[in-house]
Write a protein that binds this ligand. Structure first.
Ligand SMILES: Nc1ncnc2c1ncn2[C@@H]1O[C@H](COP(=O)(O)OP(=O)(O)O)[C@@H](O)[C@H]1O
Ligand SMILES: [Mg+2]
Length: 336
């Protein structure tokens, strides 16, 4: 291929991914044709307003949507293995093993009937059947120490309801990193936490990423945290990626009117009803996207072409990590 170094560094490659939910209201096109890759050891942020398809993208990569109730098309290749249509065993082996996931509500990751320690030990032994309970317990206590849990031996024997949200999120991180995932999917991991605790958890994730070399797919609606965390940023809108580039490119010279609006809105807190001060209107519902560019009803630059023709990504995938945008205001680039 054009760039062998990049090729060998690719951990996850997503091509033409669509995740559709048939519902009574219509076909919900939560993810509608996205392409991206995650390189080993990098932090890639997926950003966008609520409802743009970020979580469903992550859940689809994790194999959490049953093909019985969901229409999934396209390809998700993790370390050379195709995950779309893969046997359940393949997905179960990867989940909690090579791929870890943390999300907004750590409470839901723990069973209230077992101590946090018991669950860490069970989860570890699931992927390492040869390891004794005593060895796994030792590793779990060490993992708790590594995420900065004070008095970790005692905490190991406690239940999730005895912890604060910030403590629990760190415990979930400890549980996940114990299995040394090559990829961590973090879906709004700090959204439910107090601002000061948010900063601690983000710092911790960044440190662990540096120490372990794992890659992180970091999902957030909060652009404020992205600049510090991410090497690259992909902006999602209405099930599509509308802009992509390095953090410096996307923050420094945003191109898509949606990205520009998001960045302008960042200086003011998001309104209570989810409106962004610099972008009128709301994200269209995923079963009734407008014709043409899905952003056109909210865009002050929209032309007739934008109302009829869905823009394709100007971004030549072979030329990553250069800057790309799916907007008719910008001429398409030729792949190199
Ligand atoms: N299981 C589901 N069934 C039907 N629609 C869903 C389901 N999960 C998510 N959606 C819809 O898909 C769209 C994208 O959701 P989501 O990925 O959660 O957005 P984000 O994480 O960007 O806020 C939304 O319109 C949401 O209502
Ligand atoms: Mg979400």
């Amino acid at each position: 291929m054009n760039n062998p170094t990049k090729e060998t560094q690719t951990l996850l490659q997503v091509r033409g991914l669509k995740t559709y939910f048939p519902t009574f209201q219509g076909l919900v096109k939560a993810v509608d044709g996205i392409d991206f890759e995650l390189y080993r050891g990098e932090v890639l942020a997926l950003v966008g307003e609520s409802g743009s398809g970020k979580s469903v993208s992550a859940q689809t990569v994790m194999g959490l949507h049953s093909p019985k109730h969901t229409r999934i098309e396209g390809s998700i290749v993790f370390e050379g293995t195709e995950l779309v249509g893969a046997p359940t065993k393949t997905l179960l082996d990867l989940r909690g093993g090579g791929i870890g996931m943390i999300f907004q509500e750590p409470m839901s990751a723990f069973d209230p009937l077992y101590t946090v320690g018991q669950q860490m030990v069970e989860s570890y032994r699931l992927h390492h059947p040869g390891v004794s309970k005593a060895q796994a317990s030792q590793l779990a206590v060490e993992a708790l120490q590594s995420v900065g849990i004070p008095d970790s031996k005692r905490r190991f024997g406690e239940y999730s309801h005895q912890m604060s949200g910030g403590m629990l999120q760190r415990m979930l991180i400890a549980l996940v990193i114990m299995n040394k995932p090559r990829m961590l999917i973090a879906d709004e991991p700090t959204t439910a936490l107090d601002v000061t605790i948010q900063a601690q958890v983000l710092r911790l994730m960044k440190q662990l990423q540096k120490d372990t070399g794992m890659a992180i797919l970091f999902i957030t609606h909060d652009l404020g945290v992205v600049a510090e965390m991410a090497d690259r940023v992909h902006v999602m809108y209405a099930g599509r990626i509308v802009e992509r580039g390095t953090s410096r490119e996307v923050f420094g010279t945003p191109q898509h009117p949606y990205t520009k609006g998001l960045l302008a809105s960042k200086v003011q807190p998001e309104h209570k009803n989810g409106d962004l001060p610099f972008i009128p209107g709301v994200v269209p519902r995923a079963f009734e996207f407008p014709e043409g560019c899905r952003f056109h009803p909210r865009c002050s630059f929209a032309t007739d072409r934008c109302r009829t023709e869905l823009p394709t990504d100007s971004f030549p995938l072979a030329a990553q990590p250069s800057h790309g945008v799916a907007c008719h205001l910008y001429p398409a680039k030729e792949p190199v």
